[in-house]
Design a protein around this ligand. Structure first.
Ligand SMILES: NC(=O)c1ccc[n+]([C@@H]2O[C@H](COP(=O)([O-])OP(=O)(O)OC[C@H]3O[C@@H](n4cnc5c(N)ncnc54)[C@H](O)[C@@H]3O)[C@@H](O)[C@H]2O)c1
Length: 288
């Protein structure tokens, strides 16, 4: 199958890798040669690491790279595509304008998927002429290692489109959970609710962040505690999602004051070196 991935950033290059490893031809499009090349280099590095770890054969690495091409020209990227997956920045206007362009350039029966983590898939679908062939495909970071894809049905999505995307992703080794288009879908809504409550517990002095995290890891089998996860995702990202969910779903999502204070202080988590913990080169430096 011919596929196109729009955006070669953190998510785009990983999604392109997943599709190419599953045997599909992929054209990965970004706005300039440097970004396209950086995406291609990241895929090559992921695959080489897989070979070193004995998880990917040398032959699969080469075959995957052969199926992957880069492009800056949108028309060339989507002209023959059966599926286009969009992974450009999380801005409604940008995504809508990208889909309007893709709509003109792609074949009439092409299926469109967006990797948005929070925007309305229904509103995005309304930017194309066949919204029934539009769906959300919310991959997790990094896409080549995380099994889950949340498949989001827009108001307009038809059953054939849902089945096409779920089958394709499951054949690529992913686990799909299908949800209706509702703010925060399933994962972000529950994830930020737990994270926000953990932050309120820190504010109230229930326990130190490390103790709250350890309790959830040991007691509930969480792979990582809610405060460490907030550091990894980015405090600003979580604040943004809470503000959006508060607007859409009500006061129970009001952001904790401590979260706002830390974001205002530039304490954004792993990427800034400090959030609820201190970090250097992606590693915690304040463990007991
Ligand atoms: N980063 C995550 O952990 C994560 C997880 C799940 C979903 N998402 C979602 O995935 C999407 C992409 O996020 P990201 O973290 O990969 O962002 P990113 O900033 O790393 O990458 C976005 C890329 O899109 C490119 N781009 C901008 N306009 C474009 C256009 N018109 N055509 C093609 N490429 C264009 C940018 O140059 C950039 O390289 C967002 O909707 C985000 O919410 C992100």
């Amino acid at each position: 199958m011919q596929t196109a991935v729009l955006g070669a950033g953190s998510m785009g290059h990983g999604i392109a890798q997943v599709l190419a490893m599953a045997g599909h031809d992929v054209t990965m499009r970004d706005v300039d040669d440097e970004r396209v090349q950086a995406g291609l280099d990241s895929v090559e590095a992921n695959l080489s690491k897989g070979v070193d770890l004995g998880k990917v054969s040398e032959a699969d690495r080469e075959a995957t790279l052969d199926r992957l091409a880069g492009a800056t020209d949108l028309d060339a990227a989507v002209r023959d595509a059966d599926l286009v997956v969009e992974a450009v920045p999380e801005e409604m206007d940008l995504k809508r304008s990208v889909f309007a362009e893709v709509d003109d350039a792609a074949p009439a029966d092409c299926v469109f998927a967006t990797n948005t983590s929070s925007l309305s898939v229904t509103e995005l679908a309304s930017s194309v002429s066949h919204p029934e062939r539009f769906v959300g495909a919310h991959f997790f970071n990094p896409p080549h290692l995380m099994d889950l894809v949340e498949v989001i049905r827009a108001e307009q999505t038809d059953d054939d489109t849902e089945a096409f995307v779920v089958d394709l992703l499951e054949e690529a080794g992913k686990t799909c959970v299908v949800v209706e288009d509702f703010p925060g879908f399933a994962t972000s809504r529950l994830g930020v609710a737990i994270g926000a409550e953990a932050i309120r517990m820190v504010e109230q002095g229930v326990a130190e962040p490390a103790a709250i995290d350890r309790a959830m890891v040991e007691g509930y089998n969480f792979p990582v505690g809610p405060l460490e996860l907030t550091d990894r995702v980015g405090l600003d990202v979580r604040l943004h999602i809470l503000q959006y969910l508060r607007e859409e779903l009500g006061e129970r999502f009001h952001p904790p004051a401590l979260l706002k204070r830390k974001v205002r202080a530039g304490k954004l988590g792993v990427k800034s070196g400090e959030g609820f913990y201190r970090w250097e080169d992606g590693e915690r430096v304040d463990r007991d």
